[in-house]
Write a protein that binds this ligand. Sequence first.
Ligand SMILES: O=P(O)(O)O[C@H]1O[C@H](CO)[C@@H](O)[C@H]1O
Ligand SMILES: O=c1cc[nH]c(=O)[nH]1
Length: 259
Amino acid sequence: MTQDLLPVTRIPRTGLPPRALVVGDPLRAALVGAKLEGAQEVSYHREYRVFSGSWKGVPMVVASHGVGAPGAILLFQELADAGVRTFLRFGTAGAMKPGIGDGDLVIAEAAVRDDGVTQQLLPPEYPAVSSPEAVLALQRAAREAGAPHHRGIVWTRAAFQPGLLPLFSYEGAGLAAIEMELSALLVTASLRGLVAGGVVVIDGANADELVDETATGGYNPHREIVAEGVERGAVVSLEALRLLAANEAGAADDEEYGV
Ligand SMILES: O=P(O)(O)O[C@H]1O[C@H](CO)[C@@H](O)[C@H]1O
Ligand SMILES: O=c1cc[nH]c(=O)[nH]1
């Protein structure tokens, strides 16, 4: 009998654990997936590479969604169709606030919906918010790992490189980091009544000047300081998913989250 596979990502419609860590890069999915006990590659089609296994006994999925929200949302939707109920995104991002440095983690409380896809799905007034329990689980995991971290609003922006149009200035709005997919995940989760959040590792500085090396030190994700942040962030996100599972099971309470 042929397996029932979802149409875009070709992941199986049944049999996956109900929680997933989603990352942009298929290679990062493999590196993080390798941390799972009993890790198995479930599927690999297009940019969507999917692993399953357990972290400290808790079954979970690690999957890549590629670069850009219009493609990424297809993974989020199909994982949800496959029964995933809790999502964390673990990505990289540019820093937008002084004091947030390379290799630091930013835990998203919400995202600006400039993602290039959810505007076609629902009105712009609809918010992209993280589930509070996801924020607290990530914060607790970051504290326990001793990982430098910050909480704040993330700007999800479809265009990575600057063009001819001026970039809207969010100066004064207190944004913490810029990346490309999180708001699509948060909106997908809200529409379907799921739990979602995200944490990003800083791999550059000053979003308005992405290609201005003199002003910023340059966008460069291929540095040791970023690799160290990614290693810390991987453990923090896996651990946060475990805490969320414990919370679902009623084994954790607010005090346990450290609030
Ligand atoms: O490191 P990932 O998860 O891919 O996240 C960030 O990196 C990519 C851009 O280089 C975009 O996908 C952006 O959101
Ligand atoms: O979208 C992204 C990802 C990483 N760093 C950035 O500055 N922007």
